[in-house]
Design a protein around this ligand. Structure first.
Ligand SMILES: Cc1ncc(COP(=O)(O)O)c(C=O)c1O
Length: 384
């Protein structure tokens, strides 16, 4: 019964791999959710809001305190002055992405995105009846070829979807790369929708550069982020999107008929959390960087080629040195082989050949869980 355009998207690899991990007792480094809760003050605030009666529909655009806190966060970290009236709270970044694409694309319009991509991008573009033009990011650095990027733009390009820091590759686009993307968007009259959910997870002293901070880009950019990643509450599904008033108004028109609103007790709690001291944000980055190193060393020792991520909480590896020729098949076997679950990068690609032997592991887990995964992986060569 399913409409044709959604048929390629009937199940997600994350649900399948998580189910497999559960069935086999494997350590789940497939799906990207932290195994510790967010800051205690955030949890306490949300609990108090629930028992204190903040449980009915919040305003359609989000509670004022949260919209103000999102604007203040942009000023504090990026020196940007944005009007809280131009901030729209959404049901996770996922709804922000979907609302933007649904609001801006007519059927047949084109969306440029980089592959591999977060899996909702392709499904959302399909829902809108739009056409995805996927530009490859290739190892080891997962940058793009400027010629391939230009070739993806046409007179039908409406939206460019950018994600930095990038899931799954861990690439962090620098100002030069963003400027190239921005220049093409301007030349072809496209809106840039930038997914910055990993904004506080850039490593080794690299800055996260928001697209909207580039000269001339604020006027054509919609910026998205989410509390789920920054505050380790992925199950709360509170995200946001902001940009020029007329673009946000368009996104709001689509968003209000998807979920209308969500997260009443969570929104004021997240407003407070956004104002946590600098130490919170610094610790988030440094603790993940240490976890990255722990897992990356273990994966190297186990025989993978490791492409060290510059950001996010994912590491992409190449399993080819272990004799693997199909990453998807390998990921189905890995839980049985050594008791660890991962996801194949091919599922994030329009062209599966691009990531044929690449495998993604998540490191947003407690140190003892990562230690035990590394220990299990050390036996992999013997099992293959
Ligand atoms: C790049 C990217 N965007 C968006 C999301 C989803 O964010 P949310 O849970 O806030 O909808 C994810 C989650 O994994 C992601 O990796």
């Amino acid at each position: 019964m399913l409409v044709q355009r959604m048929r390629p998207f009937t199940s997600t690899i994350f649900a399948e791999m998580s189910a497999l991990a559960l069935r086999t007792g494997a350590i789940n480094l497939g799906q990207g959710f932290p195994d510790t809760d967010g800051p205690p003050s955030l949890l306490a605030d949300a609990a108090a809001n629930i028992t204190g009666g903040i449980n009915q529909y919040p305003p359609g655009i989000g509670v004022p305190a949260l919209r103000e806190a999102i604007a203040a966060h942009q000023a504090r970290f990026y020196g940007r002055v944005i009007d809280p009236a131009d901030v729209l709270v959404t049901t996770g970044a996922t709804e922000a992405i979907a609302s933007a694409v649904l609001a801006l694309c007519e059927p047949g319009d084109e969306v440029v995105a980089f592959q591999p991509y977060y899996d909702s991008y392709a499904a959302t573009v399909a829902l809108a009846g739009a056409v995805l033009k996927a530009v490859p990011l290739r190892p080891p650095a997962f940058g793009f070829d400027p010629g391939e990027l230009r070739a993806a733009f046409t007179s039908r390009t409406k939206v460019v979807l950018v994600n930095t820091p990038h899931n799954p590759t861990g690439a962090v686009f620098d100002a030069g790369q963003l400027a190239q993307i921005g220049a093409l968007a301007a030349e072809f009259g496209a809106v840039v929708v930038t997914d910055e959910v990993y904004e506080h997870m850039a490593f080794d002293g690299r800055p996260h550069v928001p697209m909207a901070t580039l000269p001339g880009m604020a006027e054509r950019t919609l910026t998205i982020s989410s509390a789920g990643k920054t505050f380790s509450v992925t199950g709360w599904k509170v995200g946001w999107i902001h940009g020029p008033s007329e673009l946000v108004a368009a996104v709001k028109a689509a968003k209000q008929f998807l979920t209308y609103v969500s997260g009443a007790p969570f929104q004021p709690a997240i407003a407070n959390a956004l104002a946590l001291p600098d130490a919170f944000y610094a610790d988030l980055g440094s603790s993940l960087q240490r976890k990255r190193d722990l897992l990356a060393d273990g994966l190297r020792a186990a025989g993978f080629t490791v492409f060290e991520p510059a950001g996010t909480y994912f590491v992409v590896t190449d399993a080819a040195p272990l004799g693997v020729t199909d990453g998807a098949e390998f990921c189905w076997r890995l839980p049985e082989l050594v008791g660890v679950a991962a996801v194949p990068v091919s599922v994030f690609c329009a062209d599966p050949d691009l990531g044929r032997t690449l495998v993604r592991f998540a490191f947003c887990k407690r140190d003892e869980v990562l230690d035990s995964a590394v220990d299990r992986l050390s036996g992999l060569k013997a099992e293959l």
